[in-house]
Design a protein around this ligand. Structure first.
Ligand SMILES: Cc1ncc(C[n+]2csc(CCOP(=O)(O)OP(=O)(O)O)c2C)c(N)n1
Ligand SMILES: [Mg+2]
Length: 354
């Protein structure tokens, strides 16, 4: 851990209420994901499901630096991002449960959270799919003369995808207000950064596009916030895109059903001990007299209650209706074709309606 005096000096400039807020938010993300994992095992949640455990400081630090004008595009590991952007946890849990009251009407699920109001433009399941879209949105902001920047969040392995390089090229060429926010959790599924990328210093990958890059300790919420603030301002005012590489430790397997056998169990245990952003931040605040035991206890109880209420809301919410199955689709099948009738019948049988 960092030198005590340096930490104290840095904290002296901070507002205690704000620091406590960051801690509470990080704990909310932690508990939300832990309970999400539990709900998945209970088969309340279907499909793929990826958690942000270990990435709480990266996410809360990012959101602390953004303004309401900014837009966010993420990969499929995005529950924490939409939570920290201030969207109601109950509507997020309901989306995970596939319920009508979810943020995407139960149509998106874990990988496709969305909120127009929060400028949260979605989780994307295709690795790298969100990156050119984010650059397009940044172009739209510039073209329309609107304030704000666009964040293109992605994982380490995504920086090996072709679309990433095309995006870097246009972002710099057209001087777009976009931040390439790379969460380096060490792995793309079972492939380590060293085994997957010829340049393991990911922040350097913008070099041949003349894009500035920095590596930040993604387990330090204040370091993340300050770096994003600085680079978002440059992106907005000077049209200078940047790559921010955030280092973190992936607490579990790639997804909730990945047994994580390719990592040494002892090393994982040690990593979780050393790089727990929530516990470490709580300890720093406690050691510096900014929170006491009662605060930590009460915050944990409040967060637990909020997540439980989200689960209860999701449980009690209705399923989407069969009649709305084709709403929002570009092409609506003619309901009288045998295919459409079969699809509707299959959904009804699955639900026990038939
Ligand atoms: C185009 C494409 N190729 C492969 C996959 C399968 N896939 C899903 S996640 C993933 C790994 C991505 O790792 P990273 O970018 O590091 O993000 P992380 O999951 O660590 O957040 C892969 C290969 C996919 N969804 N899309
Ligand atoms: Mg990764």
């Amino acid at each position: 851990m960092a030198d005590e005096k340096a930490v104290q000096a840095a904290l002296d400039h901070e507002d205690v209420g704000t620091l406590r807020h960051y801690y509470s938010q990080m704990l909310l993300l932690r508990r939300f994901e832990e309970r999400t994992s539990e709900m998945y095992v209970k088969a309340k949640i279907g499909g793929y499901c990826h958690l942000n455990l270990g990435e709480e400081a990266t996410i809360v630090g990012l959101m602390a630096a953004l303004t309401p004008d900014d837009y966010i595009f993420t990969n499929y590991r995005e529950h924490g991002y939409i939570l920290a952007r201030g969207v109601d946890p109950a509507a997020i849990m309901a989306e995970l449960f596939g319920k009508k009251t979810g943020v995407a009407g139960g149509r998106g699920g874990s990988m496709h959270m969305f909120s127009e109001k929060a400028h949260f433009m979605g989780g994307y399941a295709i690795v790298g799919g969100q990156v050119p879209l984010a650059v397009g949105a940044a172009y739209a902001l510039k073209y329309q003369g609107k304030p704000g920047v666009v964040v293109a969040q992605m994982g380490d392995a995504t920086t090996n995808i072709g679309a990433f390089y095309e995006s870097l090229n246009l972002a710099k060429l057209w001087k777009l207000p976009v931040l390439f926010f790379v969460v380096n959790n060490g792995y793309g599924m079972g492939t380590s950064v060293e085994n997957g990328s010829s340049e393991p210093d990911l922040y350097k990958k913008g070099g041949s596009f003349r894009i500035h890059g920095e590596r930040i300790d993604g387990t330090d919420v204040l370091a993340v916030r300050d770096a994003v603030r600085r680079l978002r301002q440059r992106a907005e005012q000077e049209g200078e895109p940047a790559i921010l590489e955030m280092t973190s430790f992936r607490f579990r397997g790639h997804s909730v059903i990945d047994a994580d056998r390719y990592r040494d169990a002892d090393a994982v245990r040690r990593g979780r001990e050393a790089f727990d952003p929530v516990r470490n931040f709580g300890a720093i605040l406690h050691d510096n007299g900014m929170v006491d035991d009662a605060f930590l206890r009460e915050t944990a109880a409040l967060v637990d209650q909020e997540v439980q209420e989200a689960i209860d809301f999701a449980n009690g919410s209705p399923e989407p209706e069969v009649k709305d199955m084709y709403t929002f689709m570009y092409a609506t099948p003619v309901p009288n074709t045998p295919d459409a009738q079969d699809a509707i019948r299959a959904v009804k049988i699955n639900r026990g309606d038939m």
